[in-house]
Design a protein around this ligand. Structure first.
Ligand code: SF4
Length: 351
């Protein structure tokens, strides 16, 4: 019997590409959903064969735009997961969605099929900004979907982007007040990063400076009614995304569908895995430990100081930089100041 694995399923289709997007997704309004679903079903069968009827604490449909999927296909995938694995009775089942792809009737069918957490790609509460970002929806579409979702018995999260060329700490503070008024229990606040090979990458945008970005990051933490529990994630108590927390804690997860990544733990060996059968390679335990440190330190609770973690850390650096990194109650975590320079901190921290 092997350990429980979380499941991530990638749906790499979108109505069109947003101006900033470097995710593995392509614009395709009418993909061959039958072929896509059959591929997902056979990957589920493959992993059930390989790992046995393991426990599954969480399932996360990410994208792309999973909410474009026909609801019958979604139900088929969920039924196969229930059949082949031990899906926990309280499993968290999240679907990412975009406004404009999900009316109330479709939302109900997704809920009937099993979703109990909806993550909505809101990005902005201003029509002009949505257009600039290349989003297809407007604020009215967004608020309708949030309303529909919040009036049902599911958990709701929303993604936002800050650090647009016109943004200041003041405008981001206003965004946070508007988010507070909506009454969300969870949201993700992502800093706009300019990726090459995107429309924004070719536009020579006048971006805020690092210091201005840091001010925006701080104002978000001070203004939102929710608590920051990871660099980009905020939640009311108990509303944290369990799937992501499990992954950040270093638990095992299967990536299904092209563009998905997983970490499989089988017969005491860690494997790096990519969906669509693209990769399945053993990795050193020490490599897995470093991954765990990188993701664990992004969370405010930090990570457990297990022996493998301890061995991989430069403890002298921890002792010399108490303003950046601290150890308490058997866990190591970055301080508020350390969070702001996490990439540099990690370079010094890991041996
Ligand atoms: S909807 Fe999301 S995944 Fe699709 S193009 Fe836009 S940002 Fe990328």
């Amino acid at each position: 019997m092997t350990v429980p694995h979380n499941i991530y399923i990638h749906v790499p289709f979108c109505m069109s590409k947003c101006n900033y997007c470097a995710f593995f997704s392509r614009a395709c309004a009418n993909p061959d959903w039958r072929a896509y679903t059959d591929g997902i079903l056979s990957e589920i069968d493959y992993w059930a064969e390989k790992l046995g009827k393991i426990g599954v604490p969480t399932v996360f449909f990410g994208g792309g735009t999973p909410s474009l999927m026909p609801t019958d296909n979604f139900a088929e995938i969920m039924a196969r997961i229930r059949d082949r694995f031990e899906l926990a009775h309280d499993a968290e089942i999240t679907m990412e969605s975009n406004p404009g792809t999900l009316d109330a009737a479709r939302l109900d069918r997704f809920i009937d099929a099993g979703i109990n957490r909806l993550s909505i790609g809101v990005q902005s509460l201003t029509d002009g900004e949505l257009q600039f970002l290349g989003r297809r929806h407007n604020v009215a579409d967004t608020l309708r979907l949030i309303d529909d979702a919040m009036s049902r018995n599911i958990r709701v999260s929303a993604d936002f982007i800050y650090g647009l060329p016109e943004h200041t700490a003041k405008s981001v503070e206003k965004l946070c007040h508007d988010i507070n008024k909506i009454g969300l229990q969870h949201c993700s606040m992502y800093e706009l990063t300019i990726e090459p090979n995107t429309p924004f990458g070719k536009m020579n945008l006048n971006m805020p400076t690092n210091a201005e970005m840091a001010d925006m990051y701080n104002i978000i933490g001070e203004t939102l009614n929710l608590t920051r529990y990871e660099v980009s994630n905020y939640a009311a108590h108990g509303q944290e995304c369990r799937h992501n927390q499990n992954v950040w804690d270093g638990d095992a997860y299967i990536g299904i569908g092209r563009g998905a990544a997983g970490r499989i733990f089988l017969n005491n060996v860690w494997y790096e895995q990519l969906g669509g059968g693209a990769r399945f390679e053993a990795i050193e335990n020490s490599t897995r430990t470093v991954e765990k440190i990188i993701t664990g330190l992004r969370t405010t609770r930090g990570l457990l100081l297990a022996p493998d973690v301890k061995n991989a850390l430069n403890i002298e650096y921890v002792k010399q930089n108490p303003e950046l990194i601290e150890i308490a109650n058997g866990r190591i975590r970055a301080t508020k100041k350390g969070m702001l320079i996490l990439d540099d901190l990690l370079l010094n921290l890991v041996k």
